[in-house]
Design a protein around this ligand. Structure first.
Ligand SMILES: Cc1cc2nc3c(=O)[nH]c(=O)nc-3n(C[C@H](O)[C@H](O)[C@H](O)COP(=O)(O)O)c2cc1C
Length: 161
């Protein structure tokens, strides 16, 4: 299936410590208009899955077509050692990329062309993946038209299709 490529930001907890993550994903789709709803399908056993189960919040970061490097960076969980925490206890960088924290508490990549901040409303277990359907609570991006966005076919990447 032809799809876009995105980075999902999430926040959770492991052994009493806050844990933030960024994950490359293509199984992302707008699924309703009112309320604006966005579905993401997340591998069972991934850090992102654990985070979404724990906090129900996530961001979807839209990536510019020429920014393949960004999605290549986030195909493995973000090492805790690369998460820079500022004096407010919030992450300011992850995996070498600057981030800010969204309304829900999930991280936004500064480098993203645009982002949507979502709160999970429904979950559907599908075997390998769980489909999380979230309501968009906040978003950001340029005024007017978006630049061309990264799609799977712009890369040599693939994912279990
Ligand atoms: C091109 C590509 C697309 C991917 N799409 C998804 C996806 O839609 N959902 C998913 O759960 N993992 C997806 N993955 C796998 C994750 O990026 C990778 O396994 C991930 O780091 C594991 O998640 P974690 O960091 O939350 O542990 C994709 C990987 C690649 C290379």
């Amino acid at each position: 299936m032809p799809t876009g490529l995105y980075v999902i930001g999430s926040r959770g907890e492991l052994d009493g410590t806050l844990r933030w993550n960024l994950m490359t994903a293509n199984l992302v789709l707008q699924v309703a208009v009112e309320p604006k709803s966005l579905a993401v399908s997340v591998e069972a056993g991934s850090v992102t899955h654990r985070n979404l189960e724990a906090t129900g919040c996530y961001t979807v970061n839209l990536v510019a077509r020429e920014d393949r490097m960004l999605v290549r960076r986030f195909v493995k969980p973000v090492p805790v050692t690369t998460v820079v925490i500022d004096s407010d206890g919030r992450p300011s960088a992850m995996g070498g990329h600057e981030v800010v924290v969204a309304t829900t508490g999930a991280p936004i990549l500064q480098r993203a062309v645009a982002w949507l901040d979502c709160q999970v409303r429904e979950r559907v277990e599908l075997g390998s993946h769980t489909l999380f359907i979230g309501t968009v609570v906040d978003f950001g991006g340029p005024e007017g038209q978006l630049p061309p966005l990264l799609r799977m076919e712009d890369t040599r990447m693939s994912y279990g299709g």
